[in-house]
Design a protein around this ligand. Sequence first.
Ligand code: PHE
Ligand code: CO
Length: 305
Amino acid sequence: MESFTGKQGGATNPGMPSLESLRPKHPEIRPDYTIDQHWERYSDAEHAIWRTLFEHQAKVLPGRACQEFLDGLNRLTIGSEKIPDFERLSDGLDKLTGWRVVAVPSLVPDDVFFDHLANRRFPAGQFIRKAEQLDYIEEPDVFHDVLGHVPMLAHPVFANYMEAYGKGGQRALNEFGALKNLARLYWYTVEFGLIEKPDGLRIYGSGIVSSRAESIYAVENPSPNRIHFDLERVMRTEYRIDDFQESYFVIGSFEELFKETYKDFASLYRRLQSGSTYKPGDVLKTDRVHHRGTQAYVGGSHAAE
Ligand code: PHE
Ligand code: CO
């Protein structure tokens, strides 16, 4: 499973490397943390890891990922053969929604991350995980970032949501000190969101679609709660980064998600300064519950790593 799938390293990750410390390995690194992808430098073994991961997800995702995700994947130059070349990928994506994919070494500071999103650039990890990390990786790599995030960026409403999130991040950071709340929204939508469809719940969250095990668990396992999305409820809910989620939040549509979030959060942030914080597995009387989880999965498969 993905343990850390977000790129918002700054506030929550004191181990985030500085520009200076990255320079020896990435001499061309720019102030916005972008590097050249150096696609020609990937080895055959690295492309083979991509292929293994891709072929596995290609079997698992139909019927579990939402059609919007699968359509995005089909419309872009993301295939099983090789790690995608970001320039080619971006040229296709740019034509659909105006987004581009830029390479970064790993995590980037919050302000840098938000600036990229606000300008329709998705910062994607350049490296690919090692063969021993097919199921679990600490930091987002090119497979998580490209297979997981980029297909949804081809969807016009989701593409607008991501840009709005970047702009909202800048406000949360500079004006409201509300990063923690906003990061929870990212976590429970962009990374681990589910969507309600006529024939059942489907995945759109990138942390789920890029995970071999969680893409099955999130849809089929009776253990986790599946609760209808509510903005303030989500912003009050802590999350786990080291195991499967205990609760997933379900949107009715991407339009609903956009409508709920495309409003001024100033009064919401004020409210959030007091009141309750919820644990990942909590179910509230006010929740609209799609599935009440058994919480039978005890997890911890990677707790010792
Ligand atoms: N509406 C938010 C604000 O006023 C910005 C935002 C939009 C945040 C979409 C997340 C998603 O700050
Ligand atoms: Co991610």
